[in-house]
Write a protein that binds this ligand. Structure first.
Ligand SMILES: NC(=O)c1ccc[n+]([C@@H]2O[C@H](COP(=O)([O-])OP(=O)(O)OC[C@H]3O[C@@H](n4cnc5c(N)ncnc54)[C@H](OP(=O)(O)O)[C@@H]3O)[C@@H](O)[C@H]2O)c1
Length: 162
């Protein structure tokens, strides 16, 4: 099989926070719309905790869930016990890895591209991701958005493996 393009989709605050408990500590409708548009039609790989935190199934996309619990099941979820198996099940030229932190860290070495939303706040949260290494990742696109109403400033950034 041809090597698939593995794309990480994540939103990260300036202090590294990506989650707080089982939620994300901000709401950015524009980011949600971009996420939907860019992931549509791609199989999504996610951790079991992220799957549990979804409000429901995301339409138009397969949900491949990593878990070590052999008894775990959920309607609509395709289950994988390890990374290799998740990629095999995905069987697609473009694969979206959608979190959370454990899964991003596990796929970081395999990822070709990161679609990063920088959220320009420093919220409280126990789930973090370190900054991406400039020696490995090249910023190829950036779109900055000012804060407005109750929404923080944010930037859509594309990082490609050098
Ligand atoms: N800001 C963002 O863009 C974003 C995106 C997604 C999620 N989040 C946030 O991230 C948080 C969840 O992240 P998290 O790191 O706690 O959990 P997670 O990565 O979503 O899920 C972790 C679980 O995945 C399974 N797992 C991990 N590595 C595995 C492996 N190598 N093989 C098989 N199964 C594996 C285990 O499930 P079992 O325990 O079932 O074995 C583990 O408990 C939430 O706060 C969520 O809101 C943020």
């Amino acid at each position: 099989m041809i090597h698939p393009e593995i794309i990480l989709f994540l939103a990260r605050a300036d202090n590294g926070v990506i989650g707080d408990g089982d939620t994300i500590p901000w709401r950015l409708p524009e980011d949600q719309r971009r996420f939907k548009r860019m992931t549509m039609g791609k199989p999504m790989i996610m951790g079991r905790k992220t799957f549990d935190s979804l409000p429901g199934m995301l339409p138009g996309r397969r949900h491949i869930v990593l878990t070590r619990d052999k008894k775990w099941e959920a309607e609509g979820a395709e289950i994988a016990g390890n990374l290799k198996n998740a990629l095999k099940i995905a069987n697609s030229p473009h694969i979206a890895v959608i979190g959370g932190a454990e899964i991003y860290k596990a796929f970081l070495d395999k990822a070709d591209r990161i679609e990063l939303t920088e959220v320009h706040i420093s919220p409280t949260g126990d789930i973090k991701m370190p900054a991406f290494d400039d020696a490995v990742w090249e910023e190829t696109e950036r779109e900055d958005h000012d804060a407005k109403n109750d929404q923080p400033a944010f930037s859509f950034v594309t990082l490609k493996r050098k």
